[in-house]
Design a protein around this ligand. Structure first.
Ligand code: ASP
Ligand code: MG
Length: 416
């Protein structure tokens, strides 16, 4: 008998019919003899609907109250799922995050889980009940409701699995596992049988939205056995692993892309010690995070400096640079929000040279100009014009032998 934590995303509980379907799945797991804790998201579209309501009231609503509002989405699904379980004869109890005491810090809309009181859950399991817990939410020391950031139900599930020392944490979603890239962009994307936690972390941070990044960090820290699988289709899904097997690792496991960045360039700044700090200091003082950074070697004492920020910070960053242009002694400030970042990820590239050159050759064969490059041990990223997003990802997918010629995927988008 195993203890399984199952998490169902927004699409999987998007209608009452689907909630009944989830109940049957949970019941089937029970009948196989497993103890089951279920974590659910809000019904698909619900969190966005609630956020839109807040916006109708006015700009900048208080963060504390936004969390009270958006946490209601998950409260609806736990109740409906528990009713559905009871109606088919499976004893169940549901709890909100505060009720099971998922203790978090007080950072509203992006709170971190500090502690979970497993007693209530264990007591119910011992009585033969399925325990249904609301994802995405917790409570801080003062009793205020908090939420964990978009996609936070994944983190709730992994944290509960860690607290209960569950045998497996299963994330049910609308795709049947982790793919080599987004099947909506590359129809020949292939499901991975397994992926290392390091690769999964990179993919999540690079914009692949299968799992919330914090849930992967959490899983890595506590080595929670984690599996991503479909709630609509039977299959083994993708197992997140904690050990590398160098003989078996493919060169590239996945290709991620990110449309959320914008590029800023300071042209002709004096190449003196401290110039990077003078450019980026005011940017970071404004709370703007910088991702890629490139500085050219100067030949004439002047240097060009390029970096990327999130698109939402683009206008502000551009203004900061323009305001500082004279102080920096720069010739010109230039910005471009129409870029995408394409990234190859694979622990296999650690031990292989030539990944970068294969990547660059493949892109140039399609006439795709590379604007920026950055590398780390298991990742290579390039920035290209946004119009090359699909062509670029498809080209790389083929160039690294990732295409699944028999692929037939249907995807919907798992948004709660
Ligand atoms: N409902 C929340 C969201 O849409 C949390 C989740 O679904 O994981 O972000
Ligand atoms: Mg999700």
């Amino acid at each position: 008998m195993a203890l399984i934590v199952q998490k169902y995303g927004g699409t999987s509980v998007g209608t009452t019919e689907r909630i009944k379907n989830v109940a049957r799945r949970v019941q089937a797991s029970r009948e196989r003899g497993d103890d089951v804790v279920v974590v659910v998201s809000a019904m698909s579209g619900e969190t966005n609907r609630l956020l839109a309501l807040a916006e109708e009231i006015g700009p900048n609503p208080p963060a504390r109250e936004v969390d009270v509002l958006v946490s209601t989405g998950e409260q609806v699904t736990i109740a409906l799922l528990t009713m559905a379980l009871e109606s088919i004869g499976t004893p169940a109890r549901c709890y909100t995050g505060p009720q099971v005491r998922i203790l978090t810090d007080s950072a509203h809309s992006r709170a971190r889980i500090l502690d979970i009181d497993a007693k209530q859950i264990n007591d119910d399991l011992r009585l033969g009940r399925v325990v249904v817990v609301a994802g995405f939410q917790g409570v801080d020391e003062s009793g205020a409701i908090t939420t964990l950031g978009r996609g936070g139900s994944d983190t709730t599930a992994v944290a509960i699995a860690a607290a209960l020392k569950a045998d497996e944490c299963q994330i049910y979603t609308d795709v049947d596992g982790v793919y080599t890239t987004d099947p909506r962009v590359v129809p020949k994307a292939r499901r991975l049988e397994r992926i290392t936690v390091e690769e999964m972390l990179e993919l999540a941070s690079l914009g692949s939205k299968v799992l919330q990044i914090r849930s992967v960090e959490f899983a890595g820290k506590y080595k929670v056995p984690l599996r991503v699988l479909s709630s609509f289709k039977e299959g083994p899904g993708t197992l997140i692993t904690y050990e590398e097997n160098p003989m078996e690792e493919p060169l590239i496991s996945g290709i991620a892309f990110n449309r959320d960045e914008a590029k800023l360039t300071v042209l002709g700044a004096p190449d003196v010690p401290g110039i990077a700090a003078s450019i980026l200091g005011p940017i970071s003082d404004a709370g703007i995070e910088v991702d890629m950074i490139i500085q050219n070697v100067s030949t004439s004492g002047a240097t060009d400096f390029t970096f990327t920020v999130h698109k939402r910070d683009y206008e502000q960053a551009l203004k900061i640079l323009q305001d500082n242009k004279d102080k920096l002694g720069a010739r010109e400030i230039y910005g471009d929000p129409k870029i995408v970042k394409l990234s190859l990820v694979g622990v296999g590239m650690r031990s292989h040279a030539g990944v970068a050159s294969t990547m660059f050759k493949a892109l140039s064969a399609e006439g795709i100009n590379i604007q920026m490059i950055s590398t780390s041990e298991i990742k290579i990223s390039v920035v290209v014009d946004e119009k090359y997003l699909e062509l670029g990802v498809r080209t790389l997918h083929t160039a690294f032998g990732l295409d699944d010629e028999n692929a037939q995927v249907e995807v919907e988008g798992d948004n709660a």
